[in-house]
Design a protein around this ligand. Structure first.
Ligand code: RIB
Ligand code: CA
Length: 302
């Protein structure tokens, strides 16, 4: 049974790697990719999604989404992802046929209406999801499942921030959107830094260098080159969240209500086990690292 998925992303090096991994699994069908302002401006995240779609000859439409957070001003992550959002590789985009004129939040609502068992993976700021939920209050009920790469919940020793001491980038970039999403969806699965910041899941330069030459491995080597020079390894935040769609059994989950801070502690995510009738989310506390790394590396050789 093919699992139909919709991706909401801010490509971004690890978002691009997640598209390359997901598209290698025949049991998944990507129904569309919406883009959002995050790692870099939405014009660039959109172009980057199109570059991957074109390079891998995927039959997937790209839907440009929100150009800024709901309330704050955009502050991009050029230092991590480069000015172009793909490690300053300036990959070429030859044609824009994958670009739809449909707005990202509208596209995800329509895809949920057309595909009854649709899973949505969000690996960027949650602005598009928040807008979709405001436009269509029943949107959360339309999805089979929502998986979010985001948050730092202090449920493991790695669950601390990567923008400030306590805030993870996707939540920090648009905390008002994250607040809407975390209180609107039943059982959304959050995969945050508690797991992705654990070195056991990181991909080493050797592991990438040893991949056999394919379109995917060639693109991966290019887009992570500067990242690995700066950080030593590739931290696959978004591919780990994507892996949940492939092998959810390899994840350890705890149910908690989530509190998102929007003021002085902007983007901080804490678990709240005291409020009455709050929306429970499923928060990842561990993953089988070998299982994930084998799947990721094999997909790059597809
Ligand atoms: O904190 C990591 C997350 O922020 C990843 O999704 C990365 O692409 C950035 O969007
Ligand atoms: Ca991302």
């Amino acid at each position: 049974m093919v699992k139909r998925i919709f991706l909401d992303m801010d490509p971004g090096i690890d978002d691009a790697a997640a598209i390359m991994m997901l598209s290698a699994f025949s049991e998944l069908e990507i129904m569309g990719i919406s883009t959002v302002s995050g790692n870099v401006e939405v014009e660039k995240t959109t172009a980057n999604a199109m570059k991957i779609v074109e390079a891998l000859e995927l039959n997937v439409e790209v839907f440009k989404g929100a150009s800024r957070p709901l309330a704050k001003r955009a502050r991009h992550a050029y230092i991590v992802h480069g000015k172009d959002g793909l490690g300053d590789t300036n990959l070429e985009l030859h044609n824009t046929k994958s670009l739809s004129n449909k707005y990202g939040p509208i596209a995800m609502i329509e895809s949920a209406k057309e595909n009854k068992d649709l899973w949505l993976l969000a690996t960027g700021p949650l602005t598009n999801l928040a807008i979709a939920t405001i436009l269509e209050p029943d949107f959360p009920k339309m999805l089979k499942g929502l998986v979010v790469m985001g948050g730092a919940f202090n449920l493991t020793k790695y669950g601390v921030g990567n923008v400030t001491r306590f805030a993870e980038f996707n939540i920090w970039f648009d905390p008002e959107a994250a607040k809407i999403v975390s209180t609107s969806f039943d059982n959304a699965t959050f995969i945050g830094l508690d797991v992705t910041a654990n070195p056991k899941v990181w991909i080493s330069k050797n592991e990438i260098d040893n991949l056999k030459e394919t379109k995917r491995s060639s693109i991966l080597r290019k887009i992570v080159k500067n990242y690995i020079k700066s950080y030593g390894s590739f931290v696959p935040h978004d591919p780990i969240a994507a892996y949940y769609l492939i092998n959810p059994e390899s994840f350890q989950i705890e149910d908690h209500c989530i509190k998102v801070k929007t003021g002085r502690f902007r983007g901080m995510t804490t678990v709240d086990n005291y409020s009455e009738n709050c929306k429970k989310s499923r928060i990842d506390t561990d993953v089988d690292a070998d299982s994930f790394k084998n799947a990721f590396l094999k997909s790059m050789e597809f």
